[in-house]
Design a protein around this ligand. Structure first.
Ligand SMILES: [Mn+2]
Length: 432
């Protein structure tokens, strides 16, 4: 909190106001505390969009930005009794000063105040469809406001998601330095665990080591539930049980990233638990790595953001053909998408406050072009399931390689370069 630069958030609210049409308002909700089970909650994680425009870290809060630039916060009233149980809360008065709002009120007054604020306005912008509970409140506020102004046009409800997503897509200097740190923590953590991993360790043992490294290196939480998949479980894209033994001779696929200063990192490495790739494992690994490198090079200012996807499909298809897993012609493989037998997810995603950042890939039907200071993951994979019609020796091998890249004027920068990616570098690190 101490290093939070409030001016950044004030400037973002001003930018959001500029992107609205005249005479409209934007209303965003904080996250709420989620129940885990009876009487226990998950740790609080602020809604990324709300955080992006406020820096304010409390539940039960609502932000209003007016197209004229004014911003208003609704939050919990200060309550010394409750603070003995739940910790510090700002209260409207101090929050207004500290976070640079023009006005702030008790959240309990919102149903009275908000309809009055919006009556007679043209447009009500919100992030429609993110929370059915909040959507219901929005509808009620708009209806109440419309009833107050019977002789004027009704208020239009508009989804502000693409506007806010477009703002979040281009990272500012402050964000880039935080993302850089998040990526660095994840990378040195991966490197460290890779170096310590050995035969006899289970998925659970490795998970404990990754979580410990993240925390020791300065990250409080992972940015998503990690995937630690030994052997054929690597072919299950969202495997998070992480509770099986890893057999000598198996690869382990680890997709684990951390959160630092609210920003995500996201790394996948696949390595042999015994420190040495088999012939088949290595062949597939190198096919994936080549596709990874080709996709990174396609992420260039001015290129459509779908280029890495297309390039990775082409590279993987050629590679799978070269090692004999696909036999049709390259044209036929691409035309009929035969590579999907082995590569059944997308090349990557925007990354920022959310690991899958809440930003668009196309606007008005047009795919976005890469611009400087966008951050995305590049993560091709090959997974040979039991059902594939290939020689038995390939079955159960699953490989994914994932790095986080920043688009810059020269091309891209790999923010997660501190963890080895070449098969021989991994083997060398693991032999130490
Ligand atoms: Mn990812």
């Amino acid at each position: 909190m101490s290093d939070l630069n409030v001016n950044i958030f004030i400037a973002r609210r001003a930018e959001a106001a500029k992107r609205m049409e005249d005479d409209s308002i934007l209303v965003l909700s904080s996250s709420k505390l989620s129940l885990r089970n009876n009487d226990t909650t998950f740790p609080f994680r602020q809604d990324s969009n709300f955080y992006y425009l406020t820096g304010f870290q409390e539940p039960e809060s609502v932000l209003i930005v007016h197209s004229d630039g004014r911003s208003i916060l609704f939050c919990r009233e200060k309550n010394p009794e409750l603070e003995k149980w739940d910790g510090f809360m700002w209260g409207p008065k101090a929050a207004k000063e500290k976070f640079g709002f023009d006005e702030a009120y008790d959240i309990n007054q919102i149903d009275e105040i908000l309809p009055n604020l919006i009556r007679g306005h043209k447009t009500f912008n919100s992030l429609v469809g993110k929370s059915s509970e909040f959507d219901l409140k929005v509808t009620a506020w708009i209806n109440k406001a419309n009833k107050m102004e019977r002789h004027q046009g009704n208020i239009d409800l508009k989804n502000f998601s693409n506007q806010l997503g477009s703002m979040r897509l281009i990272k500012d200097d402050a964000e880039i330095s935080i993302i850089r740190k998040s990526c660095e923590i994840a990378a040195i953590s991966h490197r460290s665990v890779m170096q310590q991993a050995k035969v006899g360790m289970s998925e659970y043992d490795l998970e404990a080591m990754y979580m410990n490294e993240f925390k020791v290196n300065g990250s409080r939480e992972p940015s998503y539930t990690p995937i630690i998949a030994g052997g054929a479980r690597a072919c299950i894209l969202h495997y998070i049980d992480n509770d099986q033994d890893i057999n000598d001779g198996d690869l382990v696929l680890v997709d684990a990233g951390c959160e630092f200063g609210m920003y995500a990192s996201d790394i996948t490495r696949t390595y042999p638990i015994n420190g040495k790739f088999s012939g088949e494992q290595r062949a597939i690994y190198d096919v994936v790595l080549e596709a990874h490198d080709a996709a990174c090079h396609a992420a260039k200012v001015g290129n459509p953001c779908t280029d890495p996807q297309k390039i990775s499909e082409k590279s993987l298809s050629q590679g799978l053909k070269d090692i004999g897993l696909l036999s049709a012609s390259l044209d036929e493989i691409l035309e009929n998408k035969l590579f999907r037998e082995f590569y059944y997810h997308k090349i990557g995603h925007w990354m920022g406050l959310d690991v899958h950042d809440d930003c668009p890939y196309s606007v008005d039907g047009k795919e976005l072009l890469f611009k400087e200071n966008m951050v995305m993951t590049i993560e091709p994979g090959v997974y040979v399931n039991d059902s594939a019609e290939v020689d038995e020796r390939w079955k159960g091998i699953g490989v994914r390689i994932e790095n986080d890249i920043l688009i810059n004027s020269d091309g891209y920068e790999n923010l997660t370069a501190k963890v080895p990616v070449l098969a021989e570098d991994i083997e060398q690190l693991m032999s130490k």
